[in-house]
Design a protein around this ligand. Structure first.
Ligand code: PMP
Length: 388
């Protein structure tokens, strides 16, 4: 019998065999010519993935939280004002990080958890600026809410506020046109739709963000996060001339380049469409058996993960049964929602059969828990979407 579990949490996710193989290659010198080629190509490919031909990519060892910190450390000076569009736990984390670097933060909260602050409220707030920057979490992984980056970035431009997008749970899974939409900084991490094991903090800074950094009057307060240290490194690797600041995570960078290559071979538009399609099938499956989604509407629901309330009479013990059926899903991560919901990640290399296997495991677990429903109805609904 196969003893393999399907990892369907919102990061880390299942990775392709080619990416995992790259992780296990003999580690080369970080200054070797073949590594410089790989790192340089990965940086070029990142620009394509976020659609920012003029952007400056930074790839540094660390997690997504470091990517958030890099944005704050380099763009905020003590006393700067920042606006946080709050759609969940990770937006709230940005408040703490920005404050740590001396920002005066204004937080916009949605009418209910599962919704987004309306654009009119964002505009009202921006009018009371000026704000140095505004943060938008494209997909907040705690609520599963998708924010309309394009509309908010337009407002950011109008009020001359830098737009920082937390794309940890969205880049390479949700549509994003960094330059066309006037986003000033996109940050992400390796372990989700980027498709590489945890350990890389990824930032792409646009021209206005780099200019704001250059115009700083005070030094960046974090030594490790300081672009003054990393910019020459990124520029040199891109020119295939490796230089040293801090030892890069060689195997992770190698794996990143493989994953980015696979992504571009699939085509970004195809990849976004695949995420939309599989998400629609999964959500149709859950709602067909009576589960309610956390986002207030499908329009505001992420395509990289699904968050759903346990049905009446069912609690977090369900996750143990789903695991027994061979699938790993995640518990909730939002204080206001507590233990009333669970989260399923479906991003990166996810396939239709992963969606069906996960729904099957959930149905099996619900049936074992005594939840009354038409067994198989969720799978049928998902299959109809997949076939359509
Ligand atoms: N932002 C978002 C939207 C996230 O989902 C996460 C991680 N789940 C983070 C930031 C923080 O990333 P990390 O856990 O890699 O530090």
């Amino acid at each position: 019998m196969k003893d393999r579990r399907l990892l369907m949490i919102p990061g880390p996710v299942e990775f392709t065999p080619e990416v995992l193989q790259a992780m296990s290659l003999p580690t080369t010198s970080h200054l070797a010519a073949n590594f410089a080629e790989v790192f340089g190509q990965a940086l070029e490919r990142l620009r394509e993935v976020v659609r920012a031909p003029g952007g400056q990519p930074f790839v540094v060892a660390g997690s997504g939280t470091l990517a958030m910190e890099i944005a704050a450390a380099n763009l905020i000076e003590p006393g700067d004002r920042a606006l946080v569009v709050n759609t969940g736990f990770f937006s709230e984390r940005f408040v703490s990080i920005l404050e740590r670097y001396g920002a005066e933060v204004t937080v916009l909260t949605p009418p209910v958890v599962g919704d987004t602050p309306p654009p009119e409220a964002v505009e009202e707030a921006l009018k009371k600026g000026p704000f140095k920057l505004m943060t938008v979490t494209q997909v907040d992984t705690s609520t599963g809410v998708l924010t309309d980056v394009r509309t908010l970035a337009l407002l950011g431009r109008k009020y001359e506020t830098l737009v920082v997008v937390d794309g940890v749970c969205s880049v390479a899974g949700e549509e994003l046109w960094m330059e066309e939409w006037d986003v000033d900084l996109t940050l992400t991490a390796s372990q989700k739709a980027i498709g590489v094991p945890p350990g890389l903090a990824i930032v792409v800074a646009g021209a206005r963000a780099m200019e704001a950094f250059r115009k700083r009057k005070t030094p960046v307060r974090s030594y490790y996060a300081d672009w003054a240290n990393w910019l020459p490194v990124m520029e040199s690797y891109e020119a295939r001339r490796p230089i040293y600041f801090g030892t890069p995570p060689v195997n992770l960078v190698w794996a990143l380049n493989v994953s980015l290559g696979q992504m571009l071979a699939e085509g970004l538009e195809n990849r976004w469409a695949r995420h939309r399609h599989l998400s629609a099938a999964f959500k149709a499956g859950l709602t067909a058996i009576g589960l309610k989604l956390v986002p207030v509407s499908l329009q505001k629901a992420a395509h990289t993960l699904t968050t759903a309330y346990y049905p009446e009479g069912i609690d977090a013990r369900l996750l143990g049964l789903i695991l027994e059926a061979g699938v790993i899903v995640a518990s909730g991560r939002h204080s206001a929602l507590g233990d009333r919901y669970f989260r399923v990640g479906h991003m990166g290399a996810v396939t239709a059969s992963d969606i069906l296997a996960t729904l099957g495991a959930i149905e099996w677990a619900l049936a074992r828990s005594g939840y009354p429903f038409d067994v198989g109805a969720g799978l049928a609904a998902a299959e109809r979407v997949l076939a359509g």
